[in-house]
Design a protein around this ligand. Structure first.
Ligand code: RP5
Length: 165
């Protein structure tokens, strides 16, 4: 069986995809392969355990986990795999993602989850961090990451456009 791509993007629900697709698009732009899956800590707990326990042996090297509300998915997965886990708090309807953020970031000492910002910014930055980790052992990817950052800098105007909002 072919090894998994280096990055797993997991999320608790289909409804998280509108946020997590930004991680996928960022990895696409950097030429980093990934597998995106719905793995819910409370609706599909056995799927979650199977994924997390098998992730390293499957060939994944980094996990990006997005969840909203009582967002225990990133922490639960981190407890079951030695791989680095980056958590993305998805913006919830009731509490605008503050619940997701606090659920993910407040891990007790011993099992880390690298927690990003709420929503799109967190999803993009989780992908950039995953790429940075992989780039430590991949000079081509390191070059693509440098180029991505250079293009971002070049796209910033020196002065604001007065007619734009
Ligand atoms: C969490 O519950 C998911 O990560 C999602 O953010 C939230 C709401 O899920 P749905 O009710 O939209 O499926 O498990």
């Amino acid at each position: 069986m072919a090894a998994s791509p280096p990055v797993a993007i997991i999320m608790g629900s289909q409804s998280d995809w509108s946020t997590m697709r930004h991680a996928a698009e960022t990895l696409d732009a950097l030429g980093v392969a990934y597998d995106a899956r719905i793995v819910s800590a409370h609706r599909t707990p056995e799927r979650m355990v199977a994924f997390a326990k098998g992730a390293k042996a499957a060939g994944f090297r980094v996990v990006i986990a997005g969840a909203g509300g009582a967002a225990h998915l990133p922490g639960m997965v981190a407890s079951l795999t030695p791989l680095p886990v980056f958590g993305v708090p998805v913006e919830s309807k009731a509490l605008s993602g503050q619940d997701s953020l606090l659920s993910i970031v407040q891990m007790p000492a011993g099992i880390p989850v690298g927690t990003l910002a709420i929503g799109r910014a967190g999803a993009v930055n989780a992908a950039l961090l995953a790429a940075a980790v992989l780039a430590l052992g991949d000079a081509d990817l390191a070059g693509r990451l440098d180029a991505w950052r250079r293009r971002q800098s070049e796209a910033v105007a020196e002065r604001p456009e007065p007619s734009e909002p």
